[in-house]
Design a protein around this ligand. Sequence first.
Ligand code: MSP
Length: 526
Amino acid sequence: MPNTQKNNSFYITTPIYYVNGTPHIGHIYTSLAADILARFHKLCGKNVFFLTGTDEHGLKNQQVAEIEGIPTLDYCTRVSDQFRAALPDFNIHPDRFIRTTEDDHKKAAQALWQMMENNGFIYKDYYKGWYDVREESYVNEEDTTALENGDRIASDNGHILTWMEEESYFFKLSAFEEKLLDLYEKNPNLLKPDYRRNEVIQFIKSGLRDFSISRTSFSWGIPVPGDEKHVMYVWVDALTNYLTALGFPNTESDHFKQFWGSAEHLLGKDILRFHAVYWPAMLMAADIDMPQKIFAHGWLLSDGKKMGKSSGNALDPYHLKETYGLDPLRYCLMREVSFGRDSTLGSEALIARVNSELANDFGNLIQRSCSMIYKNCDAKIPTPGHFTPEDQTLLDQAYGLFDHVKGEIDHYRFHKALELISQLVSNGNKYIDAQAPWALRKTDIKRMETVLYVIVEIIRIAAILLQPVIPETAKNILQQIGVLTETSDDVISFDTLSSRDAIRAGTAILKPTPKFQKVEIEADSA
Ligand code: MSP
């Protein structure tokens, strides 16, 4: 059943975001990682499909809309539009922004339900229990605490619970214990990082219970096929979005066939169980192939707690963008954080990263070399002479870098990939300091030209590799050194990262302008 089909496609998804709050840096973080992966794989020559969107059903949206006195869909549209509009502000460009209130999604969710039911994995029974409206899930009695006033709260998050008794459809998750364990054993790369995989395996081994997948207590949801007084449990509805976007239930379409086999789901660790237990079981129940990868990243923290709406501690992404600049922010979010782990985004660390790695290291390397070429080489890339072993070592590092960077990106180790590129830039600075082309200008012009040529080649490779992360700045740098024309809005494929496409002598460069601004603010004002 697991799909091993390899093709030249890459399908990347983010979680679809709840519309119970405006986008914060945590949402941008996941979508940004997906955007970077999408851009990276496109530059590798793959066909890419990048999906994100909003998750709009469930009791809480119905309640908020009632309080506001507006139709629930209007409320959802308002917030969904904020999520949609935020993406381009961070240069994030999905191929589809899906809403679970769209018709094709409703059809897809009903079709999936029907397939699971036809295969005998859905049955009707009664559900009684404590319900967490904000989380849209029942809470086991042992995970609740009674308050003096008679209310009960969820022990882990303190949400006040509602007692619910309802006729409900159930999904036979208990039938999938062995199958899921087998799936994870046979596909060690399906769920990453490994420590999350281990957690999930332990959870499955502890026993899986059937779970309720329909509600009759409210109506804001997708009707259960054939029994319209029930609406689907929001997670069954929401997870299906990954199929909807490819045209499901038409699994014979070229679009579906092209992309489903390459699906990679990116998500925060908070929703790992839904993606790593429920979702694969649902797919098995409907005889649908597995995705290629499920990757759970860590949280951005503030004061040791997950940044989020409920804690009110989430950084405003627009403020961060204003403070650091968009590309530096994109760079830092991926460079500062080890993607699987939790991380605190400290302003001091961000400032240090922007100022040292981008402005000082990369910015100065570009500025120093391009200024010299502009002034001393008639603003054209000089013709290099014979390469010395020092030249060749640096060039070889640059030409060999793609494979290493790709190895890191394939494992979602963005910070490592960026570290590798930053090491090349740093070696470029050491090289320029050691070779001192400014001194060679007086003693050995040919050698100066060779050194400047080598440096521009390092800049070219670093800028091409950085395109997915800092797209605007990388374009600007590539225009600066004449790899892109001044007005071009193009990208440069990773095919050109070898010596075969080395920069041509005689290429005109632009008058150098600073590429990165230093951040000059008080450390605690970010
Ligand atoms: N609607 C569900 C997902 C359904 S997917 C079929 C949901 N939505 S959410 O709005 O709560 O978004 C959750 C996702 O936002 C997390 O999985 C994570 O990707 C991202 N993040 C929200 N806060 C975050 C942090 N503080 N840090 C990192 N990512 C965070 O759950």
